[in-house]
Write a protein that binds this ligand. Structure first.
Ligand SMILES: *[C@@H]1O[C@H](CO)[C@@H](O)[C@H](O)[C@H]1NC(C)=O
Ligand SMILES: *[C@@H]1O[C@H](CO)[C@@H](O)[C@H](O)[C@H]1NC(C)=O
Ligand SMILES: *[C@@H]1O[C@H](CO)[C@@H](O)[C@H](O)[C@H]1NC(C)=O
Ligand SMILES: *[C@@H]1O[C@H](CO)[C@@H](O)[C@H](O)[C@H]1NC(C)=O
Ligand SMILES: *[C@@H]1O[C@H](CO)[C@@H](O)[C@H](O)[C@H]1NC(C)=O
Ligand SMILES: *[C@@H]1O[C@H](CO)[C@@H](O)[C@H](O)[C@H]1NC(C)=O
Ligand SMILES: *[C@@H]1O[C@H](CO)[C@@H](O)[C@H](O)[C@H]1NC(C)=O
Ligand SMILES: *[C@@H]1O[C@H](CO)[C@@H](O)[C@H](O)[C@H]1NC(C)=O
Ligand SMILES: *[C@@H]1O[C@H](CO)[C@@H](O)[C@H](O)[C@H]1NC(C)=O
Length: 287
């Protein structure tokens, strides 16, 4: 009877355990694990990034639907509008992504027949790049007058077409030929003077696009020790907080109230001590 669970006079430590259980239960549910999950960085090779990207250890609620990253043998990959890209660089401070088409890393032939297009709701073009079109499966007669460096040959399975190809500035269609692919390349004044070898090198270096995101809201969230994510119903930027709340633009700091819009009062009302966390970040190193 002395240490019975049914004791009528619980010791303070039992009270603490009961309190801890109460506090731990919500942490196994929705937004508490999203705070933890979305605090993980995506790390692959020498790429390391967080919001607005997701993938690997970061669930889809951690980023924009179109910005899913995959890691294959330390190489970061992503699909944009059904085209496979290798991610070469991510610059979060200026919201720029440098990608190269996977197909063109192996040469001009044969590509994934799809243009490099970008959803304008998610991406903005970056200055200094221009489209170049690769036209495939042309009969010899249809390419007279094309300057020689812009010519290449590439076997096309469809035998109704020839095997000649050529390069044209801008985003063009295939005309009489089998198919065409346009892709952004760094802008120069005379792209048609490039030979095929130097063009292949250029494609390997990739091109940049800028992603669009409400970065001001995200900085506020980050400053309040939250992590940014995306509400999968509204598709808006949201803030996941260490106290397991979400739906507000920022997290509650001890002694202040969050900028509440749809905060769940049953969650934000809970009082938890996170000052140890913040002390660690702000205290000078004693080492
Ligand atoms: C990926 O990189 C890490 C660290 O550089 C290395 O330990 C690991 O073996 C690499 N994995 C592959 C599949 O290349
Ligand atoms: C490439 O062409 C497409 C379609 O015309 C256009 O939306 C896009 O902005 C162009 N990209 C560049 C870098 O000029
Ligand atoms: C072309 O034919 C080859 C061999 O027959 C096949 O492996 C390849 O998938 C075909 N490519 C296309 C685009 O149909
Ligand atoms: C690429 O875009 C051009 C112009 O919009 C179009 O004519 C062509 O069919 C497209 N290529 C593919 C493979 O869809
Ligand atoms: C292709 O052009 C580059 C410079 O633009 C030059 O260094 C290289 O020798 C050329 N290659 C061929 C095969 O003409
Ligand atoms: C969020 O803040 C931390 C420091 O508290 C910083 O290391 C991190 O880069 C910030 N993340 C973003 C997306 O700004
Ligand atoms: C939104 O996310 C929740 C969990 O975070 C999930 O249960 C739900 O199915 C998702 N809804 C949609 C439309 O993806
Ligand atoms: C949110 O994004 C998804 C995927 O892009 C889309 O299917 C859905 O219609 C969007 N919802 C809203 C409310 O915009
Ligand atoms: C919160 O935790 C810190 C360090 O763990 C402690 O110094 C502080 O007194 C605690 N605050 C409250 C209100 O319990």
């Amino acid at each position: 009877m002395n240490h019975s669970v049914f004791s009528l006079s619980p010791s303070p430590s039992v009270f603490v355990i009961v309190l801890l259980l109460f506090v731990q239960v919500p942490s196994s549910l929705s937004s508490s694990s999203l705070f933890t999950d979305c605090s993980n960085q995506f790390v692959c090779g020498d790429i390391s990034t967080g919001f607005p990207f997701w993938g690997s250890g970061r669930p889809s609620a951690c980023g924009i639907p179109e910005l899913e990253l995959k890691c294959e043998n330390n190489i970061t990959k992503m699909n944009i509008n059904q085209v496979a890209y290798r991610v070469l660089e991510i610059k979060p401070d200026i919201e720029i992504l440098r990608v190269a088409r996977e197909d063109y890393l192996a040469g001009l032939c044969p590509p994934q027949f799809a243009n490099s297009t970008f959803n304008p709701k998610v991406f903005d073009p970056v200055l200094g790049y221009t489209n170049l079109t690769f036209i495939y499966g042309c009969a010899a007669g249809s390419i007279v007058g094309i300057p020689l460096p812009g010519l290449f040959t590439c076997k096309i399975n469809d035998t109704n077409y020839g095997q000649n190809g050529y390069i044209q500035g801008g985003a063009a269609g295939p005309g009489e030929c089998y198919s065409s692919v346009f892709v952004p390349v760094p802008f120069t004044n005379s792209p048609l003077n490039w030979n095929v070898t130097s063009l292949e090198e250029l494609l390997k270096e990739g091109f940049e696009v800028r992603w669009k995101v409400d970065s001001a809201a995200c900085e506020e969230c980050n400053r309040s020790s939250g992590v940014c994510g995306i509400n999968n119903v509204t598709n808006q930027t949201t803030c996941y907080c260490p106290d397991q709340s979400s739906g507000s633009k920022t997290c509650a700091l001890p002694g202040s109230t969050p900028i509440a819009d749809q905060a769940d009062p049953s969650l934000t009302g809970m009082c938890l001590n996170f000052s140890s966390n913040r002390l660690m970040n702000s205290s000078p190193s004693t080492a």
